[in-house]
Write a protein that binds this ligand. Structure first.
Ligand code: PLP
Length: 328
């Protein structure tokens, strides 16, 4: 079995998605540079079209489909950034996209995905029932399921953010990457470690329920209880039948660091007040790790700021300090 994802796959992804996805800015951060005592740069994927890096993987996976599969269309199960990215990329490329969700999903999220041009398919009272419906649509309508992280073309697409960091900051010593299912971390780590074994790659995630961190500790994919967190885009498991991201995280990543809810809140505030950047909780965890001093001697650092899609009422409460850990 040679299913390994290689550097060449990242270059091919970059070539494919060019013109469809932004090369996002890498902005020097004066405030974090002062705090850390070493140059810190923010890779602003929160400025990516659809508000997160997920457009990279979704676009690459769509463009990698053969003509017949593309003509039949794709299906995804996500109410968050993957769903948005898939809906947007499919519309742009003229591909049918069906996004499945349960009846419990709030109406504003359903509308947001629909507004991007996807068909929303509501079924069942739970994510599990939605998945059964997905299986049926794949079987009966020939749609291709595009998962949010554990897929070679998705991982290669996310890895293009790493190639851009190397383009713009070849002297980078440490890269901080938000971590959930690990598609972003696996792709970026592959880019960095292919360039140099000495570039440190650190996954950052929340204390409240990170499946990949627990899985790396256990040496195999495990499930954890899902808890409410400000970093809602980092929720969810890695799949007990994980095929790619677990092994890549295990072999390519130097360290994983956990941040608390209060630290995530501080980082969202810091990004807004000091950098004029609106960032969602998941996107802020790298900044949180630096502010909390969780990364020792990072040297020249790139922080991947992965997304912007935060509820603006929550953002205002955070910035006005009407939010505190434990009681929202
Ligand atoms: C999906 C997502 C992540 C985590 O990416 P994985 O590939 O699942 O590890 C981080 N930040 C944001 C904003 C996301 O949408």
């Amino acid at each position: 079995m040679n299913q390994d994802i290689r550097l060449i796959d990242l270059f091919q992804a970059r070539h494919r998605i060019r013109g469809h996805v932004l090369h996002t800015p890498l902005a020097a951060s004066t405030s974090l540079t002062r705090r850390v005592g070493a140059p810190v740069h923010l890779k602003l994927e929160c400025r990516q079209t659809t508000g997160s890096f997920k457009l990279r993987g979704a676009t690459n996976a769509l463009l990698a489909l053969d003509d017949a599969a593309r003509a039949r269309g794709v299906i995804g199960v996500s109410t968050g950034n993957h769903g948005r990215a898939l809906a947007h990329a499919a519309k742009r490329l003229g591909v049918r996209a069906v996004i499945c969700m349960s009846r419990l999903v709030p109406a504003n999220k359903v509308e947001a995905i629909r507004a991007l041009g996807a068909e929303v398919h509501i079924s069942g009272a739970s994510q599990d029932e939605a998945e059964l419906e997905v299986a049926r649509l794949v079987r009966e309508e020939g749609l291709t399921l595009l998962p949010p992280f554990d897929h070679p073309d998705v991982i290669a697409g996310q890895g293009t953010a790493g190639l851009e960091i190397l383009d713009d900051l070849p002297s980078v010593d440490t890269v901080l990457v938000p971590l959930s299912g690990g598609g972003l971390l696996a792709g970026v780590a592959l880019a960095m470690k292919s360039a140099s074994r000495d570039i440190r790659v650190v996954g950052v995630t929340m204390e409240r329920g990170c499946a990949m961190h627990a899985s790396i500790q256990a040496g195999r994919p495990v499930q954890v209880e899902e808890l409410e967190t400000l970093a809602d885009s980092l929720g969810g498991g890695i799949g007990l039948d994980n095929r790619y991201t677990f092994r890549m995280a295990q072999t390519l990543v130097d360290d994983t660091v956990l941040v608390s809810e209060a630290e995530i809140a501080d980082a969202i505030r810091h990004a807004y007040r000091e950098e004029q950047v609106i960032v969602e909780g998941a996107g802020a965890v790298g900044i949180a790790a630096l502010l909390a001093g969780r990364v020792a001697n990072p040297g020249t650092t790139a922080v991947l700021v992965s997304g912007a899609n935060i509820d603006m009422a929550l953002h205002r409460r955070l910035v006005c300090e009407e939010w505190n850990a434990g009681g929202t």
